[in-house]
Design a protein around this ligand. Sequence first.
Ligand code: NAD
Length: 260
Amino acid sequence: MRLKDKVALITGAASGIGKEIAEAYAAEGAKVCIADLKLDAGQAAADGIVKAGGTAMAVEMDVTDEAAVNAGVAAMVDAYGGVDILISNAGIQHISPLIDLEFDAWKKLLAIHLDGAFLTSKACMRVMKESGNGGSVIMMGSAHSKVASALKAPYVTAKHGLLGLARVIAVEGAAYGVRSNVICPGFVRTPLVEKQIPEQARDLGITEEQVVRDVMLKDTVDGEFSTVNDIAETAVFLAAFPTNALTGQSVVVSHGWFME
Ligand code: NAD
């Protein structure tokens, strides 16, 4: 058990990548707190973990709402006594050419990815500092933290921004044992990706098959999607790493789409 008795807050963990990380962490012995927009969806994910023999709870949290973030972190600390790992994972996608992009859509996406990462990091790092035990802050970046694609101006901007935030956390957090790293997945078939396949087909004037083959997987070495399991394994590795040597880094998990 690589994460025995560690407490992990995972945002956006009612679905997709976050849900898989929550399950993998629980299987490694962590107590996980699932934070998502709707309590019933988060609770269903937590119930699944408990049924499988793990320890999990759910909190309702909009990561853009400071009061909700602080209340959710407080509820987790009350229940589990602290926090050792934050996975800032909640996210959305918005497909649009920049010149047609509504300002509100730009602001909403940046708020979820960047304000959410800031607010949850701030709340968890305070607890980590106070405990004297430090911790691990992991941001869910993207291959789009490294490269650009058409139709994704706010997403690419936000995912690049997370690299900067993680590096600042690495520098400031070192004084009290907090390290910070970024996972950068290539395309993974979650609801976030399924939704954008027809949207990209519409905006690019191509078929959905062409979106998958010629846009999403075009630059991979083998034409394959990454999986939720690939990302969860990376999240376990980063959180379980035994020293602060690995901090301020980003790990691209993309079938070679982007190579460092
Ligand atoms: P998903 O849609 O399956 O899950 C996202 C979750 O975030 C949902 O449960 C949703 O309710 C939650 N969420 C959205 N807004 C929220 C908010 N304001 N507060 C709290 N929760 C909120 O998507 P996913 O593919 O699992 O994405 C998870 C993360 O991985 C995102 O940050 C995404 O950008 C990133 N990512 C995904 C891929 C991919 O190909 N799927 C690739 C690279 C990075």
